[in-house]
Design a protein around this ligand. Sequence first.
Ligand SMILES: Nc1ncnc2c1ncn2[C@@H]1O[C@H](COP(=O)(O)OP(=O)(O)OP(=O)(O)O)[C@@H](O)[C@H]1O
Ligand SMILES: [Mg+2]
Length: 259
Amino acid sequence: MVRIITFASGKGGVGKTTIAANLGIALKQMNEKVLLIDADVTMANLSLILGMESSPITINDVLRGEANIEDVIYKGPGGVEVIPASLSLQNFQALDLTKIPQMVKKLSYNYDFIILDCAAGVGEDTLSAMAAATEVFIVINPYSLSIADALKTKIMAQKINAKPVGIIVNMVGYYKGEIKEGDIVKMMELPSYGVIPFDEVVRENFYYKQIVPIIIKTPGTPASVAIKNIASRMLGKEPTEEIKKSGFFAWLKRLFSKN
Ligand SMILES: Nc1ncnc2c1ncn2[C@@H]1O[C@H](COP(=O)(O)OP(=O)(O)OP(=O)(O)O)[C@@H](O)[C@H]1O
Ligand SMILES: [Mg+2]
């Protein structure tokens, strides 16, 4: 049975696209068949994070009724399949966002996981992406404003009968006086699927002309290791020995670079 996962947040810039892209590849590395969809149709970032060249036709053309969904599926890095959104400013008009759930359902027979990256806030595009999901994960940074917006997103998800199932706490170790994972879990009343540390490598990745997702380029960096742990947890598995070992080395490296 396919699992359709939407990463939502409320607050912008918390790491939804980074997590959707890299977690999708991590699941593929664990032998799952994965389709990634950019449902952030106005501020499309997924194909950029995946290092994919711009695509001639996109989800925008499908939502405008000018292309078939099967025609906008591209091969992405690490063996995932990808439906990108348009990077062009001219491509926002006349999009029927209500088509997203029906479009995703049409593809559900071909995949183990369909992962949707969606926009910040609770606009029509985000609501449509949440409505399409069998599981909504809320990405949160460990500070009050991010949590407040995440709560609003959870409430909106429930209002439209979408299913918020868990949280992911990202960029841990970056904010002063940050709120602990356990306290965020209590406030959100949702289980945590894991924390991802703030990791410079995630940002440094954009300094290069050709972007390769961190999970492929730097599998041992702390953020990659944390994402692999979350992927294991989503599959109901304990992290493998290899993941545990790379996590230990990442921790050691961080310890020495601090001193
Ligand atoms: N764990 C992390 N450590 C360091 N930087 C991170 C981490 N996760 C994400 N980032 C960086 O934070 C920025 C925002 O990430 P991203 O684009 O994934 O967020 P988003 O929630 O999708 O944003 P938006 O709401 O604009 O769509 C990017 O520059 C990304 O490289
Ligand atoms: Mg994004």
